[in-house]
Design a binder for this molecule. Structure first.
Ligand SMILES: *Cc1c(COP(=O)(O)O)cnc(C)c1O
Length: 427
């Protein structure tokens, strides 16, 4: 049934470490050969054997309009005809910078790059340069890309594979990153009381998506703002997932917080490689060529990515009620799923924020990495494999978010629930 995927994976495993170019894709947490994809259209994707799936990975978040949205494809094609990059500024970069700054109150300047990892790496460098301090504070289960400073107890693939901090990151560098539990403002206050003058920045996913979906508790983000401000440290919001995912602009629950820097990626590239860091003028002006903090990129602000991002954002802005539709689809899907699990007697906790959610295979409240880790990952793996056989493509890890797109419709929801019911019969 997935013969071509298996053949390709065997060949890939000889040529590419683990057969994949990003670890979670390898299916290690769920077993079996990864599915090699061939095409996508709307909410559906098609593998190399011709099987069709309703997709909830959506390229890990960027495809909020669905696969191969015709208007986005047309914009990319039109730009490709004109040239794929010039190593010189284009009007598209100015336009996208303007759109992003307008959508984030408090943001005054933005620099585009090619990945979220780069964006976060730059934000950290800026924070260190601006404050003259070295220590970075992050939260267990938050993933901020794979730069050295931020691999300490990261979420996403690091959590999926159960890896400790990555070898290859020098101990003396890792010591400069302090990891605290998410949703625990007391731990942050205690750290500031002890090490305040050393802390350059606190970085956080304002709504976490990389240990599975974990919303911030009321008051958590505002406490981070108070503490950083009181101690002269910067607050960095990593909105690579949440930017334009839950509302026009950033995470709605963080709107009044006014972080110093915000990292973006995923949706703002419309499915093409992208990253961006934006923030206060005084901080951003530290970047070369205005200031001494170096950052550069051969393909930064790439016109294809800018065209895809601009078009995606334009469609989102014209259909602003789409966010409500996304939420309604996701809410009702999650409630129905919860009912199916309940009737089967399998305890799950479903965390949802807008159009992203995670089914944790545990009965208890999931509010940080420790509680997320109480999930029965074996049971999740069985569920995942059943869903795949029944034509649904969920993220292949307990510790990732399902993403809903504007292309998902009621028929997709029905089919998803049907597949879930059939899967649960076998569990
Ligand atoms: C995806 C992600 C990143 C890394 O972005 P890449 O483009 O994969 O480098 C950083 N932070 C968060 C919150 C992410 O979800």
């Amino acid at each position: 049934m997935r013969k071509s995927s298996e053949t390709l994976f065997a060949r890939a495993a000889e040529l590419i470490p683990g057969g994949v170019n990003s670890p979670v894709r390898a299916f290690q947490a769920v077993g079996g050969a990864p599915v090699f994809m061939n095409a996508g259209r709307g909410a559906r994707i098609y593998d190399v054997d011709g099987n069709e799936y309703i997709d909830y990975v959506m390229s890990w978040g960027p495809l909020i309009l669905g696969h191969a949205h015709p208007t986005v494809v047309a914009a990319i094609s039109a730009q490709a005809e004109k040239g794929t990059g010039f190593g010189a500024p284009t009007s598209l970069e100015v336009e996208l910078a303007g759109t992003i700054i307008e959508a984030f109150p408090g943001m005054e300047m933005v620099r585009m790059m090619s990945s979220g990892t780069e964006a976060v790496m730059t934000a950290v460098r800026l924070a260190r340069a601006f404050t003259g301090r070295d220590r970075i504070v992050k939260f267990a289960g938050c993933y901020h890309g794979h730069s050295d400073a931020l691999l300490a107890r990261a979420g996403s693939g690091v959590a999926t594979l159960g890896l400790p901090d990555s070898p290859g990151v020098p101990g003396r560098l890792a010591e400069l990153t302090t990891t605290l539990p998410y949703n625990d403002p007391g731990a942050v206050a205690a750290l500031f009381a002890k090490h305040g003058p050393e802390i350059a920045a606190v970085i956080v996913e304002p709504a976490a998506g990389n240990m599975g979906v974990v919303p911030p508790r009321p008051g958590f983000l505002s406490r981070l703002r108070e503490l950083t401000k009181a101690h002269g440290a910067l607050l960095i919001f990593d909105e690579v997932i949440t930017g334009f995912r839950l509302a026009w602009g950033g995470y709605p629950g963080g709107r009044d917080i006014d972080p110093d820097l915000t990292c973006l990626g995923k949706i703002i590239g419309g499915g093409l490689p992208v990253g961006a860091v934006g923030g206060k003028r005084a901080v951003m002006e530290q970047l070369a060529p205005l200031g001494p903090v170096y950052q550069a990129g051969t393909l930064s602000g790439n016109p294809l990515a800018m065209a895809a991002g601009l078009t995606t954002l334009a469609i989102l802005r014209e259909n602003i009620e789409g966010y409500e539709l996304l939420k309604r689809y996701s809410l009702s899907l999650c409630e129905e799923l919860k009912g199916l699990f309940g009737r089967k007697g399998i305890p799950v906790t479903i965390n949802r924020i807008g159009s992203m959610f995670t089914i944790f295979f545990t009965a208890g409240d999931v509010c940080d990495l420790e509680t997320a880790r109480r999930s029965d990952t074996e049971l999740f793996a069985r569920f995942f494999r059943g869903m795949l056989i029944n034509g649904i493509n969920p993220p292949p890890s307990q510790f990732e978010a399902w993403f809903v797109s504007l292309a998902h419709d009621l028929l997709d929801a029905e089919k998803t629930l049907d597949a879930c019911a059939r899967t649960l019969e076998t569990m």
